[in-house]
Design a protein around this ligand. Structure first.
Ligand code: HEC
Length: 142
């Protein structure tokens, strides 16, 4: 029984941060137990939003607006609540400023600002959640 619990909790840890290959994991029975945290859901929303924003920048289309929902990064419940410390708040603030700047009329080089913003996702991830970094880096515009 102990072993089963250990395996389940290892899966849980693996799921929240150490892997980005969701499709594979969904097939794993143990993961029926996985419930993503508010923060994990928000992160996935940020990812999808920026995938679309990247496409728009590449195609030179209108970018629309900053998603105010991202401000929830300051309050969303984390899988590991102890991650939220002073450093984390600093990274959150830097990310939000960079994300907002992508939509600012004053910023003309959208591609450069977009990449700065993605690097601010990566900077925080280096300190808290290294698993998704390769996936996040794919958002960078070459
Ligand atoms: C302030 C720190 C911070 C910033 C900035 C940040 N992340 Fe995260 N990210 C985290 C943490 C912590 C988790 C783990 C969340 C959890 O499990 O509760 C996470 C999880 C994720 C996940 C995995 C979600 C899952 O299903 O488990 C993805 C993908 C992700 N982030 C992408 C991004 C992208 C894209 C950006 C920028 C647009 C970004 N992150 C910015 C800290 C950050």
């Amino acid at each position: 029984m102990k072993n089963i619990l250990l395996i389940i909790s290892l899966c849980f840890i693996a799921f929240s941060c150490e892997t980005s290959k969701k499709e594979e994991i969904v097939k794993n029975e143990a993961l029926v137990m996985y419930v993503p945290s508010e923060m994990a859901l928000l992160m996935n929303e940020m990812y999808v939003f920026n995938e679309k924003t990247k496409e728009k920048i590449i195609k030179n289309e209108d970018l629309g607006e900053f998603s105010a929902n991202f401000l929830n990064i300051h309050s969303a419940i984390l899988t590991n609540p102890t991650d939220r410390n002073g450093e984390f708040e600093g990274f959150s603030q830097a990310f939000l400023l960079n994300q907002q700047a992508v939509f600012s009329e004053k910023i003309t080089d959208k591609k450069e600002q977009f990449n700065v913003m993605i690097n601010s996702c990566v900077a925080c991830h280096k300190t808290t959640c290294v698993g998704p970094i390769p996936k996040i880096k794919k958002l960078l515009i070459p």
